[in-house]
Design a protein around this ligand. Structure first.
Ligand code: SF4
Length: 610
């Protein structure tokens, strides 16, 4: 099976059994890999009653067909399960080297079920998998854990995915960490791993991915690498990392400020990526075979740190502008704490932002917080709250449940800026209206990795050939909704390929690379069908979990006009969604995939009868 190692490792932590299973070729052809293929496997075994923190919820690590090949920037790994934060489909993906190393170690993916009765860790070296006692790792931070697993394996170059203390405590926004500070951050996959008592996975190997057309593939890879120097977006990322977008985001009104309620903030410039390069950057960091190298290594001398991983744009927003902290070094340190403890910076920052808002409104008082004043602009309190969340101590125990639970606990559910219980990331649909579709329909809840309309409308590599045409960022029409749905399908295909979204080689070259690896002989239209099929399968999974059309919405605070770069615009969500439903073949009123729509996507056997 070209493009695949052809094996999945199954792990039952309740019994301690490990066994190899051939990769289901039909599933791979239909859902490719990454979160698409993981969703197909998860679909088989979960229902409306499956407890996300229970033994039956499968934790899936999955790569895609390009991973571990010479394809640039294709080294990501999806981590998926039902989410304990949202109760629905959960997925996150991470860069670095764990994806390729999993394939080198001999597997396309891991499916982990059950629950160990004591802490364990898993090693996979050259196709041999083994469970080990993890008692001595329990309690270590994510950096210590990675180092100790490498030592235990006697493999200094092993790659390690692990949880920190936040995952152990099952904070619902806990991340799975790897390659120092890389994170599969969103939807609480670290809590799922913690609930299974699985502290870490160590990987090392030398397997090679079989290629259908090695010469053709090599030629297209050469072209893609050669073009990176001409790609303005890639050059900007190389220069200042994702943090380089802060200034543009401020200009567009795309960077959320003061818990999504302020359109302008002159201090925001203090969080600029250019300043970060000048004052705190040590060097660029690249994931496996990535010529862009958008990652940053920084320092925070005021906190005694010579080396910090990141921060990314999302971290600068969530732990900076959202809580009105404009001290760049303090935000770098906040990101570092999240890396150590293993927390998603977006959900952690957004939940702290909501706590600031509730405290300011007098909804939360000192009596609720053990005397801790939670005020906007107070970096020290942000640092303290990160620790409390990770350790589930005091008020942090409630914050660890996420924004939806916090707002519900204080009787103000409408103040939480969430979609399907997932905290909204650092892009504002008032600045790019197509994002209303992205957030409302994203299978994992509010997600910027499943339809980056801020990239489309600023012309950063949209797939024109597939009908994703950049336009007026404030446009509100059914056609705009259709375009946003196509981009969402396209990025779901990326997440199935586990290809980095900053690598935009053009549709033709990507198609040539995929065919060169797999030999599938796909045509251009097939790519859009694959993306829509993957989105629709995840939609069906969410329907099974009780999601209804009513959940396809934006939170109230994002429907209030702001001054500044978003110019008082508020998206017409229903109009945009009408276009998106039509594009997907979903019923306009129920939002359910129609029989005809499912047949068009080759999902005949998935007719929804619930
Ligand atoms: S562009 Fe950045 S995130 Fe993407 S693969 Fe390269 S280094 Fe990793």
């Amino acid at each position: 099976m070209n493009g695949y190692i052809g094996k999945i490792l199954r792990v039952d932590l309740s019994t301690g059994e490990l066994w190899d299973e051939p990769l289901n070729e039909g599933y791979a052809r239909a859902f490719v890999g990454g979160s698409g293929l993981a969703a197909r496997y998860v679909y088989d075994v979960v229902d409306g009653a499956t407890d996300p923190l229970g033994p039956a919820n499968p934790l899936v690590f999955m790569t895609g067909p390009l991973v571990g090949t010479a394809m640039p920037s294709a080294g990501r790994c999806s981590v998926c399960a039902l989410s304990p934060l949202t109760g629905i489909w959960g997925e996150s993906n991470t860069g670095g080297f764990v994806g390729p190393e999993l394939r080198f170690a001999g597997y396309d993916g891991l499916i982990i079920t059950g629950q160990a009765d004591r802490p364990v860790w898993l090693s996979i070296v050259e196709g041999q998998a083994e469970l080990h006692d993890g008692s001595e790792l329990w309690g270590l931070d994510s950096y210590q854990t990675q180092e100790r697993v490498r030592e235990a394996l006697g493999q200094p170059k092993a790659r390690v995915a692990c949880i920190g203390p936040a995952g152990e405590k099952q904070a619902l926004m806990a991340a799975v960490m790897n390659d120092h500070g890389r994170a599969a951050g969103r939807t609480g996959m670290g809590a799922v791993m913690g609930a299974k008592n699985l502290k870490a996975i160590g990987l090392r190997g030398s397997s090679q991915v079989p290629l259908a057309d090695p010469d053709g593939f090599k030629a297209v890879v050469r072209e893609i690498v050669g073009e990176v120097g001409e790609d303005m977006a890639a050059q900007a990322l190389q220069l200042a990392g994702t943090a380089g977008y802060v200034d543009m985001a401020l200009m567009f009104g795309d960077l959320p400020i003061r818990y999504y309620q302020q359109g302008e903030w002159k201090e925001g410039g203090n969080l600029s990526g250019v300043l970060m390069v000048e004052q705190f950057q040590n060097r660029n960091i690249a994931c496996y075979r990535c010529p862009i190298a958008c990652g940053r290594e920084t320092r925070a001398p005021s906190y005694g740190l010579d080396v910090v991983d990141g921060p990314e744009y999302e971290t600068l927003g969530a732990l900076g502008s959202l809580v009105l902290v404009d001290d760049l070094e303090a935000v770098i340190y906040a990101g570092h704490l999240c890396n150590l403890y293993g927390l998603d910076t977006i959900s952690a920052g957004a939940t702290i932002g909501l706590a600031c808002e509730l405290f300011e409104r007098g909804v939360v008082t000192l009596a609720d917080t053990d005397g801790l004043a939670i005020r906007y602009g107070d970096a020290e309190t942000v640092h303290r709250l990160i620790e409390l969340i990770a350790r589930r101590e005091g008020f942090g125990d409630l914050l660890a449940e996420g924004s939806a639970a916090l707002a519900e606990r204080f009787g103000v559910p409408d103040l939480a800026v969430i979609v399907n219980r997932l905290e909204v990331p650092m892009h504002d649909p008032r600045a790019f209206t197509g994002l209303a579709v992205t957030y409302a329909l994203s299978p994992r809840g509010a997600c910027h990795m499943e339809g980056d309309m801020y990239g489309v409308d600023t012309g950063q590599g949209p797939p024109f050939e597939l009908g994703v045409i950049p336009g007026d960022r404030f446009e509100m029409s059914e056609e705009k909704g259709r375009i946003a749905a196509r981009q969402q399908a396209w990025r779901n295909l990326y997440n199935a390929l586990t290809l980095c979204q900053f690598q935009n080689p053009g549709v033709e070259r990507l198609l040539a690379a995929l065919n060169g690896v797999t030999g599938w002989g796909l045509e251009m239209d097939d790519l859009m069908t694959l993306g829509k099929r993957i989105v629709t399968l995840k939609r069906l999974l969410n329907l099974r979990r009780g999601v209804t059309r009513a959940a396809d919405r934006l939170p109230d605070l994002l429907l209030k006009p702001l001054e500044g770069g978003s110019e008082g615009v508020v998206p017409d969500v229903d109009l945009l969604l009408a276009g998106a439903y039509a594009e997907y073949g979903w019923h306009p009123e129920t939002g359910r995939p129609t029989e005809e729509g499912l047949r068009d996507l080759g999902l005949d056997g998935f007719i929804w009868t619930g």
